[in-house]
Design a protein around this ligand. Sequence first.
Ligand SMILES: Cc1ncc(C[n+]2csc(CCOP(=O)(O)OP(=O)(O)O)c2C)c(N)n1
Length: 286
Amino acid sequence: MNQISPISRKANTPDVAFLRKQAAELRGEVIGMSHKTGSAHLASCLSCIDILTAAYWHALNIDPAKPTDDGRDRFILSKGHAAMAIYATLAHRGYFPRDLLETYTKDGGKLAEHPPANMLPGIEAATGSLGHGLPIANGHALSAKVKDKGANYRVFALMSDGECNEGSVWEAAMFASAQKLANLCVIVDYNKWQATARSNETLQLSPLREKWESFGWDAYEIDGHDIGAVATALADVPNGSSKPVAFIANTVKGKGVSFMEDDNNWHYRAPTAEEVVKARQELGLS
Ligand SMILES: Cc1ncc(C[n+]2csc(CCOP(=O)(O)OP(=O)(O)O)c2C)c(N)n1
C-alpha cells in the first residue's frame, strides 16, 4: 500500500485581496499567451481563473515540489480546452518555470494545446475531449477508499456547462453517488455559453443544481467569481455527509475584461496587441 504523507489542510480564512491579485496576474498571463500564439479559448480560461486561484492558492492540499505525492489532493481540469489557464496556474504556483509558458503550442513542446498526460508536473489527466475528467476523478476518489486505505486526499474536477451535455458525465455522477465518494467534488463553470451557442438553448441543462442533486450529490450554487466564497467552499470538502459534492459556479465567460465579458466571439478570438494593452490596464497590471 502507498504511504500517505501528511500535507496539511488550510483551515484559515482566505486572503481575498491576495487571491484577487493572483487571479489578475493569471488573467494577464493567459491574455498574453493567447495573443502570442493566436490561440482560442481565452474566454473559457478567464471564466474559470477565479476558481483555479481559489483552489491552488487556498483550498488544495498540495506541494508543488512534490507533484506526485501520494497524499496530495488531485485536481483535474476536465474542461481541457482551458489549457492556458491550468498551465499559467501551475507555473505561477511553482510547479514548473514560467519560461515554459513561452512554449505553449510549439512543436515538440510539453505545453500542448490541450493538456497531455505525464508531460508536466501537476497535470493529473489528459483532457480536452469533454466528458472524461469526471470518470477519471471517480477512479482517483475510489482509489483513496479501496486502494490507499485511510487516505484522506480529495479529488476535484473542474467541468464546463457544455460538458454536462455528455452522457458519460451522468453515468459517472451516478457511479460517484452509488460509491459514496464523499472525497469527490465537481465544480461546474456555469458561464451559460458553449462553443457557438447558449448552453441552455443547445440542451436543457437547467435546473442544473437540481439535476446534480437528483443524481445523489450534495449540490450548491455559488458565485464563481466570489473568490473568497469559492476558496472556503472547496476547502470544506468533504462536507460531513457521505455524498460527493457539486458546486454549480455561476460565472461570466471572459470575466475580467469589459470587452470580452459574456461575448462568445472570444471563445475563438485572440486579442490584438492593442487589446492586450487595454485588457492589462483594466486588470490593473500596467
Ligand atoms: C467530446 C468533445 N466534443 C467537442 C469538443 C469541441 N469543443 C471544444 S470547447 C467546446 C464547448 C465549449 O463550451 P463549454 O464546454 O461550455 O466551455 P466554455 O468554453 O464555455 O467554458 C466544444 C464543443 C470537445 N472538446 N470535446
